[in-house]
Design a protein around this ligand. Structure first.
Ligand SMILES: *Cc1c(COP(=O)(O)O)cnc(C)c1O
Length: 382
């Protein structure tokens, strides 16, 4: 098999045999002409069911995540929704990380619970707690995010895969933060990988999309069925944007990781900072596992400040290069206050995040500019 960066550029993206165009054409069409009833020219008949531009993206994703097949959806949550609907039934339980992405927990707790699918939040960094939750609830799915959003906790994927499989359950890993460049959960035993393509895979903050990649084709069949039957499929144009973004994934992730490390080194000892969460730090409780299962540590950093929630709010409103916005994973640096923004939907639940937590999505600008910007904002906290 060729290397990761070569596959990111070439797999799923053959040149166009008809014209020689280096980039495969963008098939902006809803339907495909038939030469007689049911006589299709290729496998395609209608773009909800299948479109060559979406197929190209799905092939690239399956290759990069070492999966059998991939399915692209109109958002990360639409991808998660199809996976859950395909692989759970009323009476089943999902064991989910107690610091999962707020939107994921909202889907599982506020939508699926009404359809009889129960959930049990657990701290996946505590394997005994995972074993207990699995023994008590006999779940259908275990749902892990590592590094987690927004606390950057690290879960040992191989260890949790073993616990899941011993209990006859399937393991889902949300690989949005790490991307397949940093870690490939299927090679560590996961059955499904989910992505918000919106984030690092797209990388340019210009489209919303999601995907499920499956370990073997059989697990994917009911997801592919739902992609057509309930229709959350990704559009051709957005598929094309994501294919374009993925070509630079390796280069971007290396710079995100360089800049993340530079920022952590520059602000860790600042008097206004009370805690910093970054798996690249040797003092991070998940550092050793992250070093084992990840290639680098990425560009997501979160920190807590001494002045509490008010100081955190002041910090996110005082940066100039870091822009105040939700989302992450783009080339531009973003800063946000999870308790009031991305994770507001989980306030009052077991997944509530600290009010003084600030999350950085470190972009690929010059690290000197990013460091100077954060230092001037932190200095204002006194
Ligand atoms: C953003 C995000 C999602 C949801 O994806 P959308 O594309 O916004 O629907 C899921 N998981 C994680 C970790 C995310 O950051």
């Amino acid at each position: 098999m060729t290397g990761f960066s070569t596959r990111a550029i070439h797999d799923g993206n053959p040149n166009d045999p008809g014209t020689g165009a280096v980039i495969p054409p963008l098939h902006l069409t809803s339907t495909f002409v038939q030469d007689g009833v049911g006589k299709l020219r290729s496998e395609y008949e209608y773009s909800r069911s299948g479109n060559p531009t979406r197929t190209a993206l799905q092939e690239t994703l399956a290759s990069l995540e070492a999966g059998a097949t991939a399915y692209a959806f109109a958002s990360g949550l639409a991808a998660e929704d199809a996976l859950i609907r395909a692989h759970t039934r009323p009476g089943d339980t999902i064991v989910i990380g107690n610091d999962a992405y707020g939107g994921t927990y909202r889907l599982i707790d506020q939508v699926y619970r009404h359809w009889g699918v129960e959930n049990r939040p657990v701290d996946f960094t505590d394997l005994d707690a995972v074993r207990t939750a699995v023994a008590e609830t006999k779940p259908k799915l275990l749902w892990v995010e590592t590094p987690s959003n927004p606390l950057l906790r690290i879960t040992d994927i191989a260890a949790v895969a073993e616990i899941a499989h011993l209990a006859g359950a399937l393991l889902v890993v949300d690989n949005t933060f790490a991307t397949p460049y940093l870690q490939q959960p299927i090679t560590l035993g996961a059955d499904f990988v989910v992505h918000s393509l919106t984030k690092y895979l797209g990388g340019h903050s210009d489209a919303v999309g999601g995907a499920v990649i499956v370990r073997d084709a059989e697990l994917g069949e009911p997801i592919g069925f739902l992609q057509n039957a309930s229709g959350g499929a990704l559009s051709p144009f957005d598929s094309w944007l994501f294919s374009r973004g993925i070509k630079t994934l390796s280069a971007r992730m290396r710079t995100h990781s360089d800049n993340g490390e530079a920022i952590v080194a520059a602000i860790a000892d600042h008097p206004a900072v009370s805690a910093i969460h970054y798996p690249g730090l040797e003092s991070h409780p998940g550092h050793e596992i992250a070093a084992k299962q990840q290639r680098r540590f990425g560009g997501m950093v979160s920190l807590q400040v001494r002045g509490g929630a008010d100081a955190a709010r002041k910090l996110v409103e005082s940066t100039r290069v870091f822009q105040l916005a939700e989302s992450l994973g783009g080339v531009e640096s973003l800063i946000e206050l999870p308790a009031a923004m991305t994770h507001a939907s989980v306030s009052g639940t077991e997944l509530e995040v600290p009010a003084d937590l600030v999350r950085l999505s470190v972009g690929i600008e010059d690290s000197e500019d990013l460091v100077a910007d954060l230092l001037q904002a932190l200095d204002q906290l006194g």
